[in-house]
Design a binder for this molecule. Structure first.
Ligand SMILES: CC(C)(COP(=O)(O)OP(=O)(O)OC[C@H]1O[C@@H](n2cnc3c(N)ncnc32)[C@H](O)[C@@H]1OP(=O)(O)O)[C@@H](O)C(=O)NCCC(=O)NCCS
Length: 302
């Protein structure tokens, strides 16, 4: 692999530039030095395909033990290139044989949301799972609160209510057609302690009659392929069912994004389960445009 790095980096730079041409909200720029370092550090996880001595594809999957997804393999946007779908098929067959040998039966890949990028993975048994969306934070936004609601910053003192509101989100995801089961007891408390104690995360709580009824969180996304600098990530958006459809969610998210805009963020990103149709509609109505799609395959009988 080490000898192939320059060729793989050149391919990735050309590929990402083309993706950036097609998607205004995907960054087409690749830091070639950082990419070469990253490939060198993960050489053992990367397979390269050559034809007549020339690199025609590569595949890098990282095996991770996740409390939510179990033993699984993750392929990031820069983790794959192929000249044609047959090369991807051969690379996947070889790499997945190794992954399965390590007990990793769940495979995840991020691809740009366009048919050419998605199709070859669909033919390998991958299905839609998670959607990333982004929007520009250009103009100042006016926040209109429904009567009786106010927003404040949360802190570690709000741990219990943050967990309750996270359960609201989890229960919504468990409903059909999402059926995101098995999210309970997956380290949620530890994650929220980390989130609320992290000075780089901003946590918002909306209150009504002295009770917290909605929350969300924002933080700066780290540098990564496909993401522009100054991108704020929005997550953990939930509103208690009895307070929905009153404009609470819109006011909370608008407030969080407007605060981020004033702090200098240029783009906001969020993500949702493809099967959470209401969330997808909701984010599109906010102006979020689809960028990357996460596909998954759970290898088993089938
Ligand atoms: C998605 C969610 C955060 C929206 O919160 P909300 O407070 O209901 O949001 P709003 O009230 O701003 O808007 C919801 C709908 O009510 C409508 N609405 C807003 N104010 C209204 C009012 N005064 N009267 C009637 N309808 C109203 C909006 O037009 C919107 O319609 P749409 O979904 O067709 O676009 C909430 O439904 C929720 O917590 N869902 C479960 C968790 C979840 O899926 N989170 C997102 C994960 S990615």
């Amino acid at each position: 692999m080490t000898d192939d790095i320059d060729e793989v980096v050149a391919r990735l730079m050309a590929y990402q530039a083309a993706v950036g041409e097609r998607h205004a909200l995907i960054n087409g720029w690749v830091d070639d030095i950082a990419m070469a370092d990253s490939l060198a550090a993960s050489a053992r996880d990367t397979l390269v395909a050559r034809h007549d001595g020339v690199v025609v594809g590569h595949l890098r999957g990282t095996v991770l033990a996740s409390s939510v997804y179990g033993e699984s393999v993750w392929i990031n946007p820069e983790g794959v290139s192929y000249d044609n779908p047959e090369i991807l098929s051969a690379l996947y067959a070889a790499a997945a044989t190794r992954w399965l040998g390590a007990g990793a039966t769940r495979h995840y890949v991020w691809v740009p949301r366009d048919d050419d990028a998605i199709g070859p993975w669909r033919h390998l048994g991958f299905a839609y799972m998670h959607q990333r969306g982004a929007k520009y934070l250009e103009d100042p936004a006016r926040v209109e609160w429904p009567e009786g609601y106010a927003i404040r910053r949360g802190s570690i003192d709000d741990l219990e209510v943050a967990l309750e509101l996270d359960d609201v989100l989890r229960l919504a995801q468990e409903e059909g057609p999402s059926f995101a089961l098995g999210l309970a007891d997956t380290g949620q408390r530890d994650e929220w302690i980390e989130t609320l104690e992290d000075p780089t995360v901003t946590h918002y709580l909306v209150e009504h009659d002295g009770h917290a009824v909605a929350q969300c969180a924002t933080f700066a996304l780290p540098e990564r392929v496909g993401t522009f600098d100054n991108t704020v990530h929005l997550s953990a958006v939930s509103v208690r069912p009895e307070h929905r459809a009153r404009g609470v969610g819109r006011a909370m998210v608008t407030h969080a994004l407007e605060t981020a805009r004033r702090e200098g963020f240029a783009i906001a990103e969020t993500n949702w389960r493809v099967t959470n149709h209401r969330a997808g509609r909701y984010w599109r109505s906010f102006g979020f445009e689809e960028t990357y799609l996460r596909l998954h395959r759970h290898v088993g009988v089938g």
